[in-house]
Design a binder for this molecule. Structure first.
Ligand code: SAH
Length: 338
């Protein structure tokens, strides 16, 4: 930074998260009650089970192709995949070749531990992933993956949009935004995520070419609204994104409107985004909870009720989290999106 000048927000985010030696994802295991944040698959096994049910339903409606490449983007601790694979029918399971795209060696180790009994191939980047998935329809799942991709921030100054940058301040010994974010009204900030667009473009192109579908679940906005959403989280609390770098998680809200547009340019069909609460409810999560509760102790019954609440209630993850499906054209309406 001293040699080359201030970084874009995207470069800063990338370094904080993925620096080989100091990066957040390379040095720790961030997910879970003891970590920094908790995700839907870590809240309840029902989440992965519902995703499994969604994929199996689609597979059946595509006339049960003999082989499907199932790709998970950013699988965290591997919990979603474990719950998904345990809950699907044997014929669907037999058809699946499982691939995981994971950048963090720490998390890849955890995934390998958790999925020891399954056949899974890991890939370090999208190019390797796609090269290995040319021979069959493609099913892709991405839960809280797109929010980890680096965003650029543009700020309105007079008539111009200028890029927000982050610089090191020698006098005060800290990182600083080069434009003062507190002085701009929030809709004068515009975020873009070229990496998310690039990934969506390549994956929807493949889905159109090979058949299949992608499910993107993340917190985000769908009205093209602007504003700064870059945020830092550590131990389940918000922090200043310019402090404790490499020790806090940095994310930005996902711009679903742009993802839908990008998928459209490839001729893919999109469904939603709908709210996570609505999606899970329509897939029958309440019935699944009741089924699990029948065999549970009273403490487990209460826990199940509580996790159901966290996943679908509008004041919890139910509304903030959105679900977007991308399919090849002429695919029947996927479940959860009526
Ligand atoms: N899906 C998991 C984890 C979400 S955290 C869950 O729901 O619990 C984000 C995940 O994406 C982590 O596994 C992180 O290492 C991975 N990730 C982030 N950026 C990535 C990139 N550019 N390439 C591959 N994996 C990435």
């Amino acid at each position: 930074m001293q040699a080359e000048g201030p970084l874009s927000v995207a470069d800063y985010m990338h370094e904080c998260l993925f620096h080989p030696q100091w990066g957040y994802y390379n040095t720790r295991s961030p997910i879970g009650a003891a970590g920094d944040f908790i995700t839907a698959p870590e809240i309840s096994q029902m989440f992965g089970e519902m995703i499994g049910a969604w994929l199996q339903d689609l597979w059946q409606r595509l006339d049960q192709p003999r082989k499907v490449n199932l790709v998970e983007l950013g699988p965290g601790q591997g919990t979603l995949m474990q719950d998904l694979l345990r809950s699907i029918g044997p014929n669907f399971k037999k058809a699946l070749s499982v691939h995981m795209l994971e950048i963090s060696p720490v998390l890849q180790n955890q995934q390998q531990d958790r999925l020891q009994s399954e056949t899974v191939v890991w890939h370090p980047d999208l190019e390797h992933t796609l090269a290995a998935c040319q021979d069959a329809p493609l099913f892709i799942v991405a839960n809280e993956f797109f929010d980890a991709l680096p965003v650029h921030q543009m700020i309105k100054q007079g008539q111009d949009w200028v890029e927000q940058r982050i610089d090191w301040c020698n006098q005060e010994n800290c990182f600083r935004f080069t434009q003062d974010l507190s002085k701009v009204t929030s809709d004068a900030v515009f975020e873009t995520c070229p990496m998310a667009q690039d990934i969506m473009q390549k994956l929807s192109q493949k889905i159109v070419q090979l058949e299949g579908a992608m499910l993107v679940i993340d917190y985000g906005y769908q009205d093209g609204s602007t504003g700064a959403t870059l945020q830092a989280v550590s131990k389940h609390k918000y922090h200043d994104p310019l402090l404790h770098i490499g020790k806090v998680d940095l994310t930005a809200h996902v711009d679903f409107k742009t993802l839908v547009e990008v998928a459209g340019t490839q001729g893919a069909q999109t469904w939603g985004p709908t709210s996570q609460g609505d999606f899970l409810y329509k897939l029958g999560i309440r019935l699944r909870a009741q089924q699990l509760q029948r065999k549970a102790s009273s403490r487990q019954r209460a826990e199940l009720e509580q996790s159901l609440h966290r996943l679908i209630c509008p004041t919890q993850m139910g509304t903030l989290f959105k679900v977007l499906a991308v399919t090849a054209p002429n695919t029947p309406i996927p479940s959860g999106f009526s």
